[in-house]
Design a protein around this ligand. Structure first.
Ligand SMILES: Nc1ncnc2c1ncn2[C@@H]1O[C@H](COP(=O)(O)OP(=O)(O)OP(=O)(O)O)[C@@H](O)[C@H]1O
Ligand SMILES: [Mg+2]
Length: 301
């Protein structure tokens, strides 16, 4: 059984030169991507273990004039967005504005009908012909954790490395234990999802995504299904991940997290990207009336 979206290690390595190069993120406790050399040879601060966005490096994500229709419904209406290596971008916006759809297009979970998406130099055209190559770059964490209920936390995390990357079980378990410890679950490796709280399950889901050593992590409202007391433990893991230099695109309405961790806030409404600003400015004086209204709703519900 191989979860959807996972591809073979052989395909990964055959894909681009430098793909099996030396590990690029020395000093961080999260697994290195091993593909710093693949981003055009530019030794970015993020790839070297720093946290600053790399100015002038090849963007990790490029969306250019992206259009998406579901049948007759136009849900993305010309979205253009770039995410630099090491950057944390938070997407906010009212329900139905297209946030989930946008990040799903970046993970090739949804095809687009017009425009261009490039992930770490891999062009994802309207025909999704590079779908497997792109998915190898991207880790995704959903609102509903989507763990396999019949597998333990450890087995959920080792699945990708064993089946996709063809790692020996011992090596996969070593990495999985390291990642579970990293998300604060060293003592829960043997438990099944039903034996874990929502916050714990979401942290297993994060460890599982990281086990595939992605270049970018996408989060779609990772805390919105959680009870308040569990939100912090998940956000803390995400904070640490951001500090380790991971490129992150996060749909969330957690204002504290966005203020503290995001390099930029992107505000979407009705399938359009209305505003892009550093958190300071966005939360102090959003330029658009629609963004002001949205903020007053989430800040004073
Ligand atoms: N599979 C689908 N088929 C048809 N329409 C869809 C599908 N998925 C999303 N839509 C529509 O696309 C629009 C954007 O939805 P999307 O889920 O991206 O919004 P969102 O900003 O993530 O909203 P929320 O904050 O509620 O999660 C909505 O009008 C939604 O009804
Ligand atoms: Mg959504």
């Amino acid at each position: 059984m191989m979860p959807k979206g996972m591809a073979s290690e052989g395909a990964r390595n055959g894909n681009r030169p430098g793909a099996t190069g030396p590990e690029g993120r020395g000093g961080t406790a999260f697994p290195a991507t091993g593909r710093a050399a693949a981003t055009g040879g530019s030794a970015t601060p993020a790839a070297a273990g720093g946290t600053a966005p790399a100015i002038g490096a090849q963007p990790m994500v490029i969306c250019e004039d992206v259009h998406k229709w579901f049948g007759a419904v136009h849900v993305l209406k010309g979205v253009s967005l770039q995410v630099q290596p090491g950057e944390v971008v938070v997407i906010m916006g009212p329900s139905g504005s297209g946030k989930s759809t946008l990040i799903r297009t970046i993970n090739a979970l949804e095809p687009i009908q017009r425009g261009r998406i490039v992930v770490d130099g891999i062009e994802l055209g309207p025909d999704l012909h590079r779908i497997e190559a792109v998915r190898r770059e991207v880790g995704m964490v959903f609102q509903q954790f989507n763990l396999f209920p019949h597998l333990t936390a450890l087995q959920n995390v080792t699945l990708g490395p064993i089946w996709v990357r063809k790692w020996p079980r011992r090596r996969a378990e070593e990495l999985a234990r390291e990642l579970l410890a990293r998300v604060g679950l060293a003592d829960h490796a043997h438990k099944y999802p039903a034996q874990l709280s929502g916050g714990q399950q979401q942290r297993v889901a994060i460890a599982r995504a990281l086990a595939m050593q992605p270049r970018i992590m996408l989060f779609d409202e990772p805390t919105s299904a959680l009870d308040p007391e569990m939100i912090k433990e998940v956000l803390d893991v995400m904070r640490e991940l951001a500090a380790s230099g991971m490129t992150m695109l996060v749909v969330t309405h957690e204002v504290g997290f966005a203020r503290e961790v995001a390099d930029r806030i992107v505000f979407m409404d009705e399938g359009m990207l209305l505003e892009e600003a550093p958190p300071d400015r966005f939360f102090r004086e959003p330029a658009h009336e629609r963004a002001r209204r949205f903020l007053s709703q989430i800040l004073h519900p």
